[in-house]
Design a binder for this molecule. Structure first.
Ligand code: ZN
Length: 465
């Protein structure tokens, strides 16, 4: 089969792809209240219906999986090659200069919520199936494009799909990065708990709203015996500190810098800063309080606490690099303290090893550690045929000799075995961006380059040799 025929058809449909992407981005498929046949709200239902209608227009067989997801099939074969994308988007948020759900084409960019995450991949994958079908491209495996509606809120769509339909045998998810992501770290959420006697100096602490972001504020309430002396002691440690005196209480707002939990080195953890401040300043904390604050400050220091060394968990391996740790949530109320960690652990370690190391480091501190949730890592070796084929396709089309990468973030690819994330971010000279932010924008050059990569990857993986 002549591969040039695929490129010819690709060029013919470029305009149509873009128009379909605009139409899809005009549907505000943010999570909404469940309705019959629309478990994630009516806009997600509309996005599904749009893709199902286009699949039918192209003569492709499609199935609606109860509004959780849909799939579109091409060809037959013992094995099924899956492509996993999602139709849902995060809310628009503040700061847009254009209407996020009225796509704008400007200077070679498409500006709209969902343009890069992940509607571009949905449309390009559907067109890849259309082109392979129209070219009569001989396939040895069935290709199945699976599009879900709940990726942004934890992938319950794929859990449902897996149970009702079953996952494809192997494949890729264009919802990560090029050249190809062969390792995604395990995501381990761990809680540290301790109990303080009530009525001490340390009355309350609160930092973070979600565990996967480095907190940029930590609010602390103190009831010191001598509030004025305590205030001076705090300011001696941090002259910039915001302190409000109220009755006999001091209310502190300790500041930090936010970043994503998978890249904690880019932030400054406000909760760790608060703990260090309380451990250092002479505030007249009671024995139990001071010991606990010191133990936590030592376990989760401001300086490189994110590498886990304070908790005996500075682990690393060759395929995926170093462990990262984020103290994402901290609360102290009525004497009950809870610190929640978001840990991205290297692929060759499991949850029990990491929890064991942490528990050992905490012995005698009065803190206990337990696992709240665990999502195992994804790891295929660099010479796995799937990784090799995808990498070769990427290199052939872009000319970029980049090596496979590992990531701390979790993608849809974890929903099935033998699956890796493959694009759409990470193209050479990439100018698209703004995922989950205001002004999400897709460069049309990136759009068409990734589309050709997907088309050729499908032909190489599922085509008859
Ligand atoms: Zn996504």
């Amino acid at each position: 089969m002549n591969i040039e025929r695929l490129d010819e058809l690709f060029d013919r449909y470029k305009q149509d792809m873009l128009l379909d992407l605009c139409a899809l981005c005009a549907i505000p498929s943010v999570h909404g209240p469940a309705e019959p046949g629309a478990p994630f709200g009516r806009e997600n239902r509309r996005a599904l219906d749009f893709m199902l209608r286009r699949a039918a227009d192209f003569g492709l067989e499609a199935l609606d999986v109860d509004g959780y997801a849909c799939h579109v099939d091409l060809g037959q074969g013992e094995q099924t090659l899956g492509i996993l994308c999602h139709l849902d988007v995060v809310p628009a948020g503040e700061g847009w200069q254009t209407d996020p759900f009225a796509p704008v084409l400007k200077d070679g960019f498409l500006i709209a919520r969902g343009a890069t995450d992940d509607k571009n991949a949905c449309v390009l994958s559907l067109y890849a199936l259309r082109i392979l079908k129209e070219a009569g491209f001989p396939l040895q495996h069935r290709i199945r494009l699976v599009m879900g509606c709940d990726e942004e809120r934890g992938s319950s769509d794929m859990a449902y799909y897996k149970q009702k339909i079953g996952m494809p045998d192997y494949g890729f998810s264009p919802d990560g990065s090029f050249p190809v992501v062969y390792a995604e770290k395990g995501i381990h959420r761990v809680e540290l708990r301790a109990q303080l006697p009530e009525g001490g100096v340390l009355r309350s602490m609160q930092a973070g709203t979600v565990v996967n972001v480095v907190p940029n504020h930590c609010f602390v309430t103190l009831a010191p015996a001598d509030p004025e002396a305590a205030r001076r002691a705090l300011l001696a440690e941090d002259p910039q500190l915001s302190i409000q005196a109220e009755g006999g209480l001091l209310r502190l707002d300790v500041r930090g810098v936010s970043s994503h939990a998978a890249m904690p080195e880019k932030g400054v953890n406000a909760a760790s800063r608060a703990l260090e401040l309380l451990a250092k300043a002479s505030l007249g904390l009671r024995d139990g309080e001071l010991a606990l604050v010191r133990a936590l400050a030592k376990a989760l220091p401001v300086d490189k606490g994110y590498d886990g060394h304070g908790l005996g968990a500075a682990l690393a391996d060759e395929p995926s690099g170093a462990l990262t740790m984020n103290l994402g949530l901290l609360s102290l109320e009525k004497g009950s303290l809870c610190a929640t960690l978001d840990i991205r652990q290297p692929v060759t370690f499991d949850d029990a090893q990491v929890l064991g190391a942490i528990s050992k480091a905490l012995q005698g501190s009065g803190l206990s550690a337990s696992t709240r949730s665990y999502s195992p890592p994804l790891y295929l070796s660099k010479d796995h045929p799937l990784v090799e084929t995808l990498l070769k396709t990427y290199r052939d089309i872009t000319g970029d000799p980049a090596e496979p990468i590992s990531m701390g973030g979790g993608t849809y690819a974890r929903s099935m075995r033998n699956c890796v994330a493959f694009g759409p971010e990470g193209l050479p000279g990439e100018t698209s961006g703004g995922m989950h932010e205001a002004g999400e924008h897709l460069s049309l050059r990136d759009f068409y380059t990734s589309g050709r990569i997907y088309l050729h990857a499908l032909a190489s993986l599922a085509g008859k040799a």
